[in-house]
Design a protein around this ligand. Sequence first.
Ligand code: FA5
Ligand code: MG
Length: 392
Amino acid sequence: TRKNSGRAHFKALSAIKREDVITGDPHNNVSDYIYQRLGINLHQRPDHPLGILKNVIGDYFDSKFGNSSFKRFDDIHPIVSTFENFDSVLVPKDHISRSVNDTYYVNADSVLRCHTSAHQHEKLKGGEKQFLVTGDVYRRDTIDATHFPVFHQMEGVRVFDAAELNSDHLSEVEVVSKELKETLEGLAQHLFGEVEMRWVDAYFPFTEPSYELEIFFNGEWLEVLGCGVMQQSILEDSGNAGKKAWAFGLGLERLAMVLFDIPDIRLFWSDDPRFSNQFKAQMFRAGGVGMKKFKSYSKYPPCLKDVSFWLPEKVTNFTENNLCELVRGVAGNLVEEVKLIDEFHNSKTGKTSNCFRIVYRSMERSLTDEEVNELQDSVRTKMVEELGVTLR
Ligand code: FA5
Ligand code: MG
């Protein structure tokens, strides 16, 4: 009954065995939809928007810091230990990002990396002082035009020599964070030319101070990266005691959406030639001057379906991420958004009701009423079976 919806359009480059990812371990929560995207490595395709962007950013670092001064890594395996993903970057034991609701676990001690920061420790320990790590990352998350459970990040790290930290009027941390912000503002300038952006104070366990950069896109502030001055203990644990460093992690899809004017994150996974033929490795123009933007070919109509239900009264499987995962499993790339539109609590019965709106839309064709109804029926049935809700 799944009409060409759950399958990845690209073939995985390097075969990762299904039984190594969908393990039957009690902690295992990797779905087939996710498994089918492992090893596809969109960022390694030179004519794909993510590959173009990766190379353009690498070139910017070469021009700013000297050729090859930042070592580039883009084929590190996405299955990492919980030590690498969390402990090595100081994520507290009780942090929500460790929960099975937020992260894909292969088993109790290994996960699909949820950020490229998972590789900071190992690279630093190996003696790297300046590097860029690009890779696919995985998160159980909500569904909309700018969130996808598989996306791509680029991590940048630079460790300073003692001599570089000298300043008459700035502290060492100020020297590092000043260069960090200038470098990333310079990158935004290089990519987009004139663009509205702002710095927002943020929190990450692995940096202090921490910031996020937002860019104004399609009428909203879009978060494109997180960054900060690396915590001292990460440097100490990796043979860099007494040094200082900056680090950033940027979302390649988010930047590519702004650079090429791509309206929906699902398009990155499309093999429709009307999408892929619009991108070529040589198309980038610094500052966006005269650069061709993506010409949207699909404004197929969306189909909205609301589902109202009572939450289970006792211990529950119901979370928004679990619902999104369930809908993704049924509808694949045909789901555009899942959003809570109403919630109320009946104080007499103690019950809570939610109403979610699910937006179905294909990037490639018009959907029929019949097929959307079939998808929605299947979602409703599974919500009862798997999440224990009572439909209203
Ligand atoms: C991190 O992942 C940090 N590791 C970044 C970092 C690195 C901070 C080094 C400091 C030092 P965050 O969760 O905010 O941070 O994600 C970073 C970026 O990934 C976001 O700014 C956004 O551009 C992108 N991103 C996050 N979630 C999604 C998603 N579901 N779909 C697409 N892009 C996403
Ligand atoms: Mg963030």
